[in-house]
Design a protein around this ligand. Structure first.
Ligand code: G6P
Length: 603
């Protein structure tokens, strides 16, 4: 949600800013805008709609070598041209772009109005432009500092001022900002994606920092690092969408998260980033996993892994709900925050709630240096590489593997035997190739996905280990195909939803070859008796009885067998492909589903 990009240097800023904004589109937005500093002061162009429309509608003379751009996701006030960023003061001498929320905006707006300032927009951000313009400080940095002293809330922001035409000032508090260092030019962005094609030498700002950027440098003592990211990772290449590319990257991504972390000699995992010694690890009595959306569902898979391997009571909870029920924080509980972006505000606030009450939190996070990663006491980076599509695939797979590593380590300081530890390590090592085997079934999955796409409503069912898989499968299907998909425990069908089953309502059922396989097959017979179409994701050796012979049995999808604890991830991969091909068939914008954002940074 919301994106910032800024430039100061020797080139014309407009194309760089527009390109940067386009690279931030996946985060979700409803309007976009630019402000440039040229010979005649500040020029602003902004409008509701796409970045492309902004670019197409720019006035002819829209030149300048210092500029800022923004994609906005409406929070204060509707998505229209006036509320789009950048915002300016009354004289148009100051322009501001801002991510985050100013909590005391109403009071500040009131005060400014009383002072005779006319506010043009409904936004919280606009007050910043007026406050900067009203400051008496000598430098732009000083003016921004004075303005921010009045603000309560979160921000990542960039400010232009006509009286200081060679610079921008940027500041961060709770909303990420990255400064990129080029050859006699500097960039700033809320996400590496916006600038990585121009520079990989970056500095992540810390909360509370205010920094001036000029073409020749920037005012921070922070060290720069060179990020090891191939800019190609931000291109879909030959794929029709990022989601497709990212699904296919899963075998390689899975190898990365496991690399260097498996110890066959002791049958355990090495997770140095947890910052816990064996004694502290042994003292854990409970594990509580917190995440949102897909991260929450994979958290449920993770809780099952921890309980099975470490025999520690574990559960997952939606981070968005957690802090609102005044949770009991126990000193011997290990809290685990799981997030691809590391920015999801609900998850971040849950982490802060736990820490405020003295709890220990570790993070399973993909984006290095992100807010959640910094806020945690330790963690496991997921190394999935940049994930652009809103629907999480490779990051989710690596979250599952991260949980497997954690469960293994927790298990091996307790009662998990070395033989079992080695059995799981061997299983983990087989996974990348087995994921590939599932991906190789794409054509067959595309065919049945086409049939599922025709249904208005469908069920995803599974039991125990399979239930979070069903939840994640239904979530993916909903997110990108916009079809109603509901997850249920197979065992609960007869307690209600069976009433909905008909030839119009297909069911995707997860039937791994585990101790519940026969019971699962029994429940499918009940669906079949009501002419409910069936797609069954299962293992080779599961006997489906006569089910496959029925006309409304649509497809058997076979995934390779691994250790039973690791089944969930191999069962998840075909559901990604089903959702993807259903959405493709329906002609949807797969990477940017309607109403959704990749990183949800407001509550
Ligand atoms: C948003 C996305 C979901 C994602 C969730 C958590 O709601 O639309 O796809 O699962 O955020 O994101 P995170 O970055 O914390 O994993």
């Amino acid at each position: 949600m919301c994106g910032i990009v800024g430039y100061v240097g020797g080139q014309q800023a407009t194309p760089l800013l527009l390109e940067g904004l386009a690279r931030l589109e996946h985060r979700g937005y409803d309007s976009a805008g630019l402000a440039l500093l040229g010979g005649t002061g500040i020029k602003v162009a902004k409008r509701a709609g796409r970045v492309r429309d902004l670019g197409d509608g720019l006035p002819k003379r829209f030149a300048g070598k210092v500029g800022i751009g923004h994609t906005r996701w409406a929070t204060h006030g509707p998505a229209n041209d006036v509320n789009a960023h950048p915002h300016t003061d009354a004289r148009g001498r100051v322009a501001v772009v801002h991510n985050g929320i100013i909590d005391n905006a109403a009071a500040l707006r009131h005060r400014l109005t009383e002072q005779g300032v006319e506010l043009a927009s409904d936004t919280d951000t606009e007050v910043l432009a007026h406050l900067v313009a009203g400051s008496d400080a000598d430098t732009l940095e000083g003016k921004v500092r004075e303005a921010l002293a009045e603000i309560e809330g979160t921000y990542g922001l960039a400010v232009l001022h006509a009286d200081f035409p060679d610079r921008l000032v940027v500041a961060r508090n709770g909303s990420p900002l990255i400064v990129g260092v080029g050859e006699r030019e500097m960039f700033v962005a809320s996400d590496l994606a916006a600038i990585v094609r121009h520079t990989t030498t970056v500095a992540h700002l810390e909360d509370g920092e205010i920094v001036t950027l000029t073409a020749s440098g920037f005012t921070t003592a922070r060290d720069t690092t060179v990020v090891d990211i191939d800019p190609e990772a931000y291109d879909a290449g030959e794929h029709e969408s990022f989601m497709h590319k990212e699904m296919l990257e899963q075998p390689a991504a899975a190898e990365r998260v496991l690399r260097g972390r498996l110890d066959d000699r002791f049958g355990t995992a090495h997770l140095g980033g947890l910052n816990m010694d064996a004694r502290e690890t042994r003292a854990i009595r409970r594990v509580k996993i917190l995440g949102c959306g897909s991260a929450y569902y994979v958290g449920q898979m993770g809780a099952a892994l921890v309980e099975e391997l470490a025999r520690i009571p574990a559960d997952a909870e939606a981070a968005s709900e957690f802090r609102y029920r005044n949770p009991i924080i126990e000193p011997d509980t290990l809290y685990v925050a799981v997030s691809q972006s590391g920015e999801t505000i609900d998850t971040l606030l849950a982490v802060q709630e736990v820490r405020r009450k003295g709890g220990r939190v570790i993070g399973l996070v993909n984006v290095v240096g992100s807010a959640i990663a910094r806020e945690c006491d330790g963690g496991i980076y997921l190394h999935a590489g940049p994930e652009v599509a809103v629907a999480s695939t490779k990051a989710l797979t690596n979250m599952f593997l991260g949980f497997a590593l954690l469960a293994l380590q927790l298990g091996r300081v307790r009662d998990l035997s070395i033989a079992d530890g080695r059995r799981l390590i061997a299983g983990l090592n087989r996974l990348p190739e087995q994921i590939q085997q599932v991906l190789d079934q794409e054509d067959a999955l595309a065919e049945v996905a086409g049939r599922l796409a025709d249904a208005d409503s469908l069920f995803f069912v599974g039991r125990v280990r399979g239930y979070p898989v069903a939840r994640e499968g239904a979530q993916k299907f909903k997110e990108i195909s916009y079809r109603h998909a509901e997850a249920y425990q197979t065992s609960e069908l007869k307690h209600g939803p069976l009433a909905l089953i008909s030839s119009e309502v297909p069911t995707v059922a997860l039937v791994p070859a585990d101790e519940l396989a026969d019971r699962n097959v029994g429940a499918l017979h009940e669906i079949a008796a009501r002419r409910g179409p069936l797609v069954v994701v299962t293992h080779e050796d599961v006997d489906l009885g006569e089910l496959d012979a029925l006309p409304h049995f649509w497809q058997r999808i076979v995934v390779p067998r691994n250790e039973r604890e690791l089944d969930p991830i191999l069962l998840t991969i075909p559901l990604q492909l089903l959702a993807y091909h259903a959405a493709l068939r329906l002609g949807h914008d797969i990477d940017k589903p309607r109403n959704l954002a990749k990183s949800v940074t407001v509550e």
